[in-house]
Structures are given as structure tokens and as C-alpha cells.
Design a protein around this ligand. Structure first.
Ligand SMILES: [Zn+2]
Length: 211
């Protein structure tokens, strides 16, 4: 509590508030995140969404670090110098960001399994909804290289042979459509088409991916 937030009170009154605050802190029972979540029925979908968000950040950070590490491995012939440079990379902002991603994901996955064990019935419906929100560009990027234009991304279609890019990702709706072979749909459909698997298998694959 700071004085700035109270413009209208005297020093004396502020002092009294400080005493009240310290008393309140002393008497307040420590409540864990787990306990707080018990009382929030929507907590599980929020945690799922957060896991997907942090997982997306993790993939981007890993990609950046991998690219940098590749350069280090190519440039540094000396083994010690290579080790030193890689260690140095890990304490750079991007390395710290990745560490934070791992930390947050650990925490969120812990909360998720705790909540799931409490509410078994949520298990059936959620994976499908959540699989559908996996960022389609992260998945599509594995099969073709993509270029951004506005809210869309374009690339050569991984589903048919072509020389001009007609495979389009619509980031707003997290979906795809190929103007060449006329196949389109959501991220689940994309995985199904690429891996030649059924709907539930694709959902399972996406769930494993982020969870
Ligand atoms: Zn196509």
C-alpha cells in the first residue's frame, strides 16, 4: 500500500491504514493457487488456453535459440568457445524467456492435472475445443514454409504438387483453405489430412502436442 493511491487522507489516517494492513496480512491464512481454483468453475478452460499460449511462446523461443545455436556450431570450431557461446546464449533475454516458458508450463500443467482429477466430467469435451485452438500456423509451418500477408499466410500446398502458393491460412479463424486442391478446414482437419488419420486421433495428437 502506498501513499500515492490515497490523495485525500492525512498522514495520520494513512498511518492508521498501514497498521490495519499489517494486521490483516498477519491474520490472513495462506491460500494456495489450488485452493483458489477450486472456487472458479471456469478455471480449467482458462488454464488450457494459457498452456496453449505459453506453448506457442515456447516454440517460437526454441526456434530462435535453435537458429542461433546452429550458427554458433558452424562458426566456432574450438570446443570450449562453442560451449562458452552456447552458455552465453542461455542467459540472454531469449534464453530467460524460454526458461520462463518452461516454468509457467510446469506450473499450469500441475494446476491442470490437479483440477482434472477433481472434475472428471470435463475431460470428455475439452480436448476437442482446445485442440481446435492450437495456432494453425505453428502446425502448418511443419509441412510447408509460409509467408505472412496481412492476417493471412501463404505457402505451397503440402497436400498437392504446385509451383505457386495457393495454400492459405486464415489466422483470424484459425483455419486453412487451398485454392488449388480445394481442401480446407480447421487445424484438426489439417492434421487429419497431413497425417492421414481420423478425427479423434488428430485431436489426441494435438492434445499431446501442447499438454
Ligand atoms: Zn492444395
Amino acid at each position: 500500500m502506498s501513499k500515492q493511491s490515497f490523495t485525500q487522507i492525512s498522514d495520520e489516517q494513512f498511518q492508521y491504514c498501514l497498521e490495519l494492513e499489517s494486521e490483516w496480512r498477519k491474520n490472513r491464512k495462506y491460500i494456495s493457487e489450488y485452493e483458489i481454483l477450486q472456487d472458479i468453475p471456469d478455471a480449467l478452460p482458462i488454464i488450457w488456453a494459457k498452456i496453449i499460449e505459453w506453448h506457442g511462446k515456447q516454440l517460437i523461443a526454441e526456434k530462435t535459440i535453435r537458429a542461433q545455436a546452429k550458427i554458433v556450431n558452424e562458426v566456432c570450431v574450438d570446443e570450449f568457445l562453442r560451449w562458452f557461446t552456447l552458455e552465453f546464449l542461455s542467459i540472454q533475454p531469449i534464453g530467460k524467456e524460454l526458461a520462463e516458458c518452461y516454468r509457467q508450463l510446469d506450473r499450469l500443467r500441475g494446476l491442470k492435472s490437479h483440477l482434472e482429477s477433481k472434475s472428471q466430467h470435463n475431460k470428455q469435451q475439452l480436448p476437442i475445443e482446445q485442440a481446435r485452438t492450437t495456432p494453425i500456423d505453428l502446425i502448418a509451418a511443419r509441412y510447408t514454409s509460409l509467408r505472412m500477408r496481412g492476417h493471412r499466410m501463404y505457402g505451397l500446398c503440402p497436400l498437392h504438387q504446385e509451383k505457386t502458393a495457393s495454400f492459405t491460412l486464415y489466422l483470424d479463424s484459425n483455419s486453412f483453405y487451398c485454392h488449388g486442391c480445394h481442401i480446407g478446414g480447421d487445424v484438426i482437419k489439417l492434421i487429419q489430412q497431413m497425417e492421414g488419420i481420423g478425427f479423434l486421433e488428430a485431436v489426441e495428437l494435438l492434445a499431446k502436442e501442447v499438454l
